[in-house]
Design a binder for this molecule. Structure first.
Ligand code: PAF
Length: 294
């Protein structure tokens, strides 16, 4: 496993492997790797014969006042975990200066996907998705993958990136891996380490909320109002939870829908604060196509 820290070296490595006829996969991460990330890396290995994992805490996707400085940075432990997998070829871990020479404030070229960030997390994290789409474009251009793997836990991110790849003809296959969960249902997240034992116990309400929304939809409930109410009731079981949003949106437009259309994919998503810690969860679903309109 090779550690690469500059863009030109990464591009040269990718070009060499492409010339050998290898199929390249990229798993972009911000490090602090947990089992959820490792599931992405294993999925990448199933789709390619050269796997790069990038580790970069991207300053431009943190809004002022968010946890950029405190975000866990555990490169040595991350490298050990990836080495142990036995099939990762490259870890691309550039410095902030390698990705944003002159600093993020002097960066002038941005990639934005319009209109898909008006709801869910986008409404509360100004500039976040612009930072994500910009850095992922830069990572794609540095690592030149044929396939890239993302977690569906960050559902809005996945759907925005899917649109970006389509709109800009990146020619990269995007794979969205289902969320990996603790035995009680809590979605794995690098931010779970911030939770106190009591908050950790209460945090199970997020997965209960979105599963309840999916259950209702899959058994034929078409009114999203009913799904949102059910999610809010489930979240209210946690006394310390402050709900930021509970929404149901269409997975293409990321706009809320009033009534679910049979056969069309939708997403139930929640964001909840426990103290300063913000957690998200979601469920993708379709209501059965044999539900009668009315
Ligand atoms: O999901 C993440 O960890 C980040 O948003 C990503 C895709 C690596 C971009 O910085």
């Amino acid at each position: 496993m090779k550690l690469i820290q500059t863009v030109p070296e990464m591009q040269a490595e990718a070009d060499r492997r492409r010339a050998e006829g290898r199929r390249l996969a990229l798993v972009p991460t911000m490090g602090a790797l947990h089992e959820g990330h490792l599931a992405l890396v294993r999925e990448a290995h199933r789709h390619a014969d050269h796997v790069t994992v990038s580790i970069f805490v991207n300053p431009t996707q943190f809004a002022p006042g968010e946890d950029y400085e405190q975000y866990p940075r555990t490169l040595a432990a991350d490298l050990e975990q990836l080495e142990r997998l036995g099939f990762v070829d490259v870890v691309f871990a550039p410095s902030p200066a390698a990705m944003y020479p002159g600093g993020p404030a002097r960066h002038r070229t941005w990639v934005t996907v319009e209109g898909l960030d008006e709801h869910l997390c986008g409404r509360f994290r100004p500039g976040h998705f612009r930072g994500v789409t910009t850095v992922v474009s830069k990572l794609f251009l540095a690592c030149r993958p044929h396939v890239a793997v993302f977690g569906r836990k960050d559902a809005q991110q996945f759907l925005i990136l899917r649109r970006m790849v389509r709109d800009l003809n990146f020619g990269i296959e995007l794979i969205g891996v289902p969320t990996v969960r603790e035995p009680d249902g809590l979605a794995l997240s690098s931010r779970n380490v911030y939770l106190s034992p009591s908050e950790r116990a209460q945090a199970v309400v997020l997965s209960r909320a979105v599963s309840e929304a999916r259950r209702l939809a899959e058994t034929g409930e078409q009114r999203t109002e009913a799904l949102v109410e059910a999610m809010r009731r489930a979240l209210a079981q946690a006394p310390d939870a402050r709900v930021q949003y509970a929404e149901v949106v269409d997975t293409e437009t990321l706009q809320p829908v009033e009534k679910l259309e049979p056969g069309r994919e939708a997403l139930a998503a929640v964001a909840v604060f426990f103290g300063q810690t913000r957690l998200i969860d979601n469920a993708f679903f379709r209501i059965p196509s044999d539900v009668r309109e009315g």
